[in-house]
Design a protein around this ligand. Structure first.
Ligand SMILES: NC(=O)c1ccc[n+]([C@@H]2O[C@H](COP(=O)([O-])OP(=O)(O)OC[C@H]3O[C@@H](n4cnc5c(N)ncnc54)[C@H](O)[C@@H]3O)[C@@H](O)[C@H]2O)c1
Length: 305
């Protein structure tokens, strides 16, 4: 068993702590906000026993073999934290759950940055199988291997991201789609409802079973090439967030949190949406193939490129 410290006891930190504790690893939580820390520790203690917490960083991480950082997405704060962790723990593996910040920049002030790695968990962390293991500029191969082995031992599906590019893999793919979705509404091609109806009833049905590259092979790369020749010049290529998105945010219409965004969100609907999403993911996982290569006979497994 490893002693694991989770720094930041919010939505993600709490969930990640629960995954380690559930696998029997002693877990220590730390948060600068005493209320957030106590809520997280109390919540986890109900189901998982090896969980403790402290608002003092040095106390919480003392003796840790692994630290997972899940504090607010803020580069200076994360950089300071990793400099402190580096001084407190000369040997431990140090992982950041940043969504989009460069792992290399977070590790910059560590004296041994080869043990700093990105571990990008997805919400909800106890359900979503993939964790992206991100190699920063300084991350050592041993760190990459220890991290992927450890995540696999928890039943997760670690994937290696070999370059520290913004958004890693999953968020780049996701936000390529979201940019186009916003642009379609902004330019009056269709309503926000239509975007949802189309995505949920076409590509959304397919994606969990067949990703884009296998799908391209399946329909034919010649067809894919012809489609790209016709459609790529017309897709949104803005290098900045759209005017529509900026205007909504400037008006305070930030979505479920404020009650209005692309849609109207009555009181309680945000919580219901989160619960419904978690139930849907759990149902999908219960029926999905359980091997990374797909499972059913005849599925392609080679990686020629
Ligand atoms: N929410 C998601 O879906 C999601 C998914 C993947 C990755 N992430 C990333 O995970 C990290 C945490 O996100 P979250 O959604 O759990 O945020 P959150 O706001 O729910 O929790 C962050 C916690 O960190 C604490 N904190 C802030 N600064 C701190 C510091 N210096 N030391 C100790 N504690 C500190 C806050 O008090 C808060 O409790 C972010 O980097 C985020 O980008 C979030």
């Amino acid at each position: 068993m490893l002693t694991v410290a989770v720094v930041g006891a919010g939505l993600m930190g709490r969930g990640i702590a629960g995954v380690f504790a559930g696998a029997g690893h002693p877990v220590r939580l730390h948060d600068v906000d005493a209320d957030a820390l106590h809520r997280a520790v109390d919540g986890l203690r109900g189901s998982e026993r090896p969980v403790d917490g402290s608002t003092d960083l040095a106390t919480a991480v003392s003796g840790a073999d692994l630290v997972i950082e899940a504090v607010t997405e803020n580069l200076p704060a994360k950089r300071d934290l990793f400099a402190r962790l580096d001084g407190l723990l000369p040997e431990a593996l140090l992982a950041s759950n940043t969504s989009v910040l460069p792992v290399s920049a977070i590790a910059e002030r560590a004296t041994r940055p080869e043990r700093v790695v990105g571990t990008h968990w997805w919400n909800p962390p106890h359900l979503v199988p993939v964790v992206e293991v991100v190699r920063g500029e300084y991350t050592g191969e041993e760190t990459m291997e220890r991290t992927t082995d450890l995540l696999a031992s928890l039943g997760k599906l670690p994937v290696r991201v070999e370059r520290d590019v913004p958004g890693f893999v999953g968020n780049r793919l996701q936000h390529a789609l979201w940019r186009e979705a916003v642009a379609l509404v902004e330019h009056g091609v269709c309503t926000a409802e239509t975007v949802e109806t189309v995505v949920r009833n076409t590509i959304g049905l397919r994606l969990a079973a067949m990703g884009p590259l296998e799908n391209a092979d399946y329909v034919g790369l010649d067809l894919t090439l012809a489609i790209h020749e016709a459609v790529l010049p017309a897709l949104d290529r803005s290098p900045a967030p759209s005017r529509l998105l900026r205007d909504l945010v400037a008006a305070g219409d930030v979505g479920a949190k404020s009650g209005r965004g692309f849609f109207t969100w009555p009181h309680g609907s945000r919580e219901r949406a989160g619960e419904g999403l978690a139930r849907h993911i759990a149902r999908q996982l219960a029926t999905a193939p359980d091997t990374p290569d797909g499972g059913p006979d005849g599925r392609p497994t080679g990686h020629p490129h």
